[in-house]
Design a protein around this ligand. Structure first.
Ligand SMILES: Cc1cc2nc3c(=O)[nH]c(=O)nc-3n(C[C@H](O)[C@H](O)[C@H](O)COP(=O)(O)OP(=O)(O)OC[C@H]3O[C@@H](n4cnc5c(N)ncnc54)[C@H](O)[C@@H]3O)c2cc1C
Length: 486
């Protein structure tokens, strides 16, 4: 019975293991952490609520296996569509009609950029960014003849910055040529209020029951010993040597970028180049919990906070935030009647991620980290409706921020994206997706997903499934490529 080593127990590795077990393979799952799930992970807040450190969203509702798993596990999801609040640079909440108008312009331009990228990718310069596209399109939509046109344009540009929170890098580094690779499965983006926990448990079940799982085992070298019989040797940091007939490597793209020398013989130039070319973002998030969601309206009010919200270019917190980084947040309390905690979820990326995770890395205790985070976010949450310093409901009960940038096994970042300068993004993805089957070395993970699901939990799941099926196919001697080693 062929023995497959699957490196990494995130969604890709777990789904791949499931498929291989179904086809009768002997599978050893090698995981560097002491837990399953990789970037899918939950933390408990002091309030007792669990929150996701990795994915919160299901991107697309048409034929999305993660949505099917959410339904199967009764995982609560919520729609956030059409809601958002915006605060200007003085901290004043913008009237809803203006939010709708300017956000509408910004999303129209994003749609136009997708259409442009899809249609003209071949001729768009690799150096053009999504930001460049905005600079051409905003004046067309807010002409010089419009009253206060400069102010209005500035506003749309500032709102557009939120693109960074989708991909983990700044809008001015987002490739326009390969913007189409950011397009997701059709349908809505749903927020997983019930967390990804039950989804993960269901995906992991076959591996837990049928595979040999080696925890806290970090792979540092993969050797192809003999091209003819295809035996691979996997070396671990602990000095172990494991032999397999096939190896599926699901370590994140960020890890691959830092370890292209972990392969013997070296990876072909085309694959090394592909790994180098595709970008790796750094989205991070922080949760801040309160005894009650003090910001929710007590009765019909004009200015309430809801959905994905922004505090633009804050000029009132310059001692801690001299760069005036926008603050993007989602209030969770109104999303679900039972599953949603009285919590604010902040998203940050790029330089702000580097700064916050850099500061957190210097702090030894959880208490010091909490103190830093609360000081950082207080200028922003204190602007929300009904905030009163003396009211106990407005005093945070706890907080938690992710540190994916400090996490080597997450590749020191969040997920793949497409940066200016990229010349053949689609070919690079296909090269990683192909892997080196002739050498028994297969790659899976969100960076090898189908184009509509790159960088997502769905994409990771599909990528593992696809490699599992391809390996089964390669060994198939039976009818229709089904089980051969039972
Ligand atoms: C902050 C954040 C927000 C996100 N938001 C969303 C979202 O809303 N929706 C969405 O769909 N997706 C989102 N994603 C992306 C999603 O989490 C990933 O695409 C998906 O979880 C990746 O799964 P994977 O199996 O490819 O990789 P991983 O989950 O990273 O699994 C790889 C595994 O390999 C292990 N490993 C790494 N190196 C080694 C080694 N050398 N030896 C042994 N083991 C190793 C790691 O510990 C890990 O368990 C988000 C990610 C982050 C970080």
């Amino acid at each position: 019975m062929p023995h497959v080593g699957v490196v990494g127990a995130g969604l890709a590795g777990l789904r791949c293991t499931d498929i291989l077990l179904q086809h009768g393979f002997n599978v050893t799952l090698i995981e560097g952490r002491n837990r399953l799930g990789g970037r899918v992970h939950q933390r408990q807040l002091p309030s007792g609520h669990k929150v996701d450190a990795g994915p919160n969203w299901i991107h697309g509702t048409e034929d999305n296996p993660i949505l099917d798993l959410a339904k199967e596990t009764n995982t609560e999801v919520a729609s956030v569509q059409g809601k958002s609040s915006i605060f200007d640079n003085t901290g004043r909440q913008i009237p809803t009609a203006d939010v709708i108008a300017y956000s509408g312009i910004m999303w129209d331009i994003v749609s136009a950029a997708f259409a442009h990228s899809n249609k003209h990718s071949a001729t768009i310069s690799p150096d053009e960014s999504l930001w460049d596209f905005f600079q051409k399109e905003v004046p067309k939509r807010i002409p010089d003849s419009s009253p206060d046109f400069e102010q209005k344009r500035k506003f749309v540009y500032e709102i557009a910055d939120q693109w960074g929170a989708f991909v983990g890098s700044h809008i001015f580094t987002q490739s326009l040529k390969f913007f189409w690779l950011e397009e997701c499965i059709e349908g809505e983006n749903l927020f997983v209020t019930g967390t990804y926990e039950k989804i993960l448990q269901l995906v992991a079940k076959p591996a837990v029951e049928g595979a040999n799982i080696k925890y806290e085992t970090i792979v540092n070298k993969i050797q192809t010993i003999n091209d003819e019989d295809g035996v691979l040797r996997v070396h671990t940091e602990g000095g172990e040597l494991l032999e397999f007939d096939e190896v599926v490597l699901t370590a994140p793209l960020g890890w691959l970028k830092q370890h292209t020398d972990a392969f013997e013989p070296p990876l072909p130039w085309k694959l090394t180049k592909a790994i180098k070319n595709i970008g790796y973002g750094c989205l991070e998030k922080a949760y801040i919990s309160f005894p009650k969601a003090f910001w929710l309206p007590t009765h019909q009010e004009d200015h309430t906070v809801g959905g994905l919200s922004q505090m633009l270019s804050p000029s009132y917190a310059t001692s801690s935030n001299p760069q005036k980084w926008n603050q993007e947040f989602l209030e969770l309390a109104s999303l679900h009647p039972t599953a949603a905690p009285p919590t604010l979820l902040y998203y940050f990326y790029g330089d702000q991620s580097k700064f916050i995770t850099g500061e957190l890395a210097k702090l030894a205790s959880e208490e010091k980290k909490d103190a830093f985070l609360l000081e950082w976010f207080k200028p922003y949450y204190s602007l929300l409706p009904h905030y009163d310093e003396k009211n106990p409901d407005c005093q945070p009960t706890g907080c938690y921020a992710t540190e994916w940038l400090n996490d080597d096994l997450a590749g020191n970042g969040s997920y793949s994206n497409f940066q200016v300068g990229l010349e053949e993004g689609d070919v690079d993805i296909e090269t990683m997706r192909e892997g080196l089957p002739g050498r028994g070395l297969w790659l899976a993970g969100e960076h090898t997903a189908p184009f509509v699901a790159l960088g997502t939990a769905t994409g990771a799941y599909w990528s593992g499934e696809s490699v599992g099926k391809r390996i089964a196919q390669a060994y198939s001697r039976g009818e229709g490529g089904v089980t051969v080693f039972a």
